[in-house]
Design a protein around this ligand. Structure first.
Ligand code: NAD
Length: 511
């Protein structure tokens, strides 16, 4: 789900971008919208309450944002329901809905600089990654689902000569999209694309750490022609706004991306309310296996490093466990450590920066406590291991590599969600698979080998929703993304994502 995943589709959009002085000047000037978007209008929370969103690269407040609560959720859901039942979107001709979605995607691209700046300021990610990765991939996602609208066929079933049976797909109604902060616009788009294309109305709740881009695109969607009420955006805290959406009796489905712990809460909310459909994209502890017949250790080392240090390791499918066969361990680890030492965290507004900030002080403290735990458990730091750029006022951490890890240590079992690689040495491909699968998670996995039979066998044995062979983190909109085990269920991206936002209806016509 990282930026590299979109390289195939976004390559043509990678262009020279403004230099650091331009971004810094724009950062001074920008006054982001912080209000909620309900029923086609920007409005404050009914309580009048706001919270601050902070730039993690400087520790400074960017904007005050509406703190929506249950009463705002009720308004947004009522607006979404009214829009849905009116048919203004849900029953509109596919070609017309398609045109609106394509225009929406186009507007996102036209506002690419503004959205990239918001994304970089809000989560501390390198502006070049936001500009060439997140924004392009988000617009591509909306475009892809717009184009899919008139390719969603139903079925007919064999029946007696005096019967016609049609099996049609129908939108569910009101969908709540609850998303995390690591790729705010991409994760929102992965929900909005299929949910809106299917004809639903959506209430989007961005993470409290990163609400700005979601708030901004609501106006772009309206400008593109999306009717009022079809997309509402509610910034607010998980325990209040998120919970109220999960428990709401008139929300038909939740598309959730976030931690496994909160994913479990959404299943409980569903059971406590109206058995709303729940789709979960949760956490991971992905194994990145390098076997001793790997043909290109340099390529593997680059992929291992990119797979854990990209987006400062704040990636659900980060290859956080390097499972390496003993014969190639020393050479591979030296190459990975060398890349880590050269990767210096920097100012996200400088397009030359490859590694940005950690999203918040809380997340920074959590990652540092895992680094302490790794040391205390006897693992050895071979690169990084310290906080970085303290003079910036922001939250940065050096790319960190631990050797001598065993799979029972906390740094091997728990999702750190930071730039921390845990290297585990194994003696055979069989042991590699056993260790790889010894986790509660099953989001993604990778294996490097030059033996095609082994590649085939290992990729089938790995318990993960996505497996890469001799590569890492590749993907396009056409291919599904999602997890096994406690990484969740249901799929984002591809035509399979429609399953989360549509139902099948069988219609029998006599005569
Ligand atoms: P999180 O679970 O804390 O929050 C995700 C969303 O849930 C936010 O909008 C938050 O406000 C809301 N939320 C939090 N507590 C809630 C509650 N009690 N009730 C209702 N809603 C609540 O996750 P995060 O810290 O924002 O993101 C990091 C997590 O997301 C990691 O575990 C990561 O692996 C996961 N993630 C998964 C994928 C994927 O596709 N599988 C992609 C990105 C991130």
């Amino acid at each position: 789900m990282r930026n590299t995943q979109f390289t195939q589709i976004s390559r043509s959009f990678v262009v020279n971008i403004p230099d650091a002085s331009v971004w810094r000047a724009r950062a001074q000037e920008i006054r982001p919208e912080g209000r909620a978007f309900i029923d086609g209008n920007y409005v404050g929370a009914l309580s009048g309450r706001t919270f601050a969103t902070v730039n993690p690269a400087t520790g400074q407040v960017i904007a005050q944002v509406a703190e929506c609560g249950e009463e705002d959720v009720n308004l947004a859901v009522a607006s979404a329901r009214k829009a849905f039942e009116s048919g203004v979107w849900s029953r509109r001709a596919p070609a017309e809905r398609k045109a609106v979605m394509l225009r929406f995607a186009q507007l996102m691209m036209e506002h690419r600089e503004e959205l990239a700046l918001l994304e970089s300021l809000d989560v501390g990610k390198p502006v070049a990654n936001a500009y060439n990765g997140d924004i392009v991939s988000s617009a591509t996602c909306i475009q892809w689902y717009g184009e899919a609208i008139d390719k969603l066929y139903g079925e007919t079933a064999p029946a007696a000569p005096d019967m016609t049976t049609m099996i049609v797909r129908e939108p569910l109604g009101v969908v709540a999209a609850v998303v995390p902060w690591n790729y705010p616009l991409s994760m929102a788009s992965w929900k909005l694309g299929p949910a809106l294309a299917a004809g639903n109305s959506v209430v989007l709740k961005p993470a409290e750490q990163s609400p700005l881009s979601a708030i901004r695109i609501a106006a772009l969607a309206m400008e593109a022609g999306l009717p009022a009420g079809v997309l509402n955006v509610l910034p607010g805290y998980g325990e209040t706004a998120g919970r109220a959406l999960g428990l709401h009796m008139d929300v038909d489905a939740v598309g959730f991306t976030g931690s496994t712990a909160v994913g479990k809460l959404f299943m409980q909310y569903s059971g406590q309310s109206n058995i709303k459909r729940v789709g979960l994209e949760c956490g991971g502890k992905s194994p990145h296996i390098v076997l001793d017949d790997c043909a290109d250790l340099d390529a593997a080392a680059r992929a291992v490093a990119a797979g854990i240090f990209g987006n400062s390791g704040q990636v659900c499918n980060a290859g956080s466990r390097l499972i390496v066969q003993a014969a190639v361990r020393d050479e591979l680890l030296e190459k990975v450590a060398a890349i880590a030492r050269e990767l210096v965290p920097g100012d996200p507004l400088d397009p030359a920066t490859k590694m940005g900030a950690i999203v918040s002080d809380v997340q920074h403290a959590s990652i540092m406590s895992y680094i302490d735990a790794g040391r205390a458990d006897g693992a050895r730091v071979v690169a990084g291991g310290r906080a970085a750029r303290p003079e910036s006022g922001g939250y940065f951490i050096e790319p960190t590599v631990f050797d001598g890890v065993n799979n029972d240590m906390r740094i091997a079992r728990e999702e750190i969600f930071g730039p921390v690689l845990s290297a585990i040495t194994v003696d055979s491909p069989e042991e590699a698979v056993r260790v790889a699968n010894d986790t509660i998670y099953g989001l993604a996995a990778a294996v490097w080998t030059s033996n095609v039979t082994r590649a085939q066998q290992v990729s089938r044995q790995l318990k993960a929703g996505v497996v890469w062979v001799n590569c890492f983190d590749r993907g396009t909109m056409s291919s599904p993304f999602g997890g096994f085990k406690q990484s969740g269920f249901g799929r984002d991206k591809s035509m399979h994502a429609f399953d989360k936002y549509m139902d099948w209806k069988a219609i029998w016509i006599a005569g």
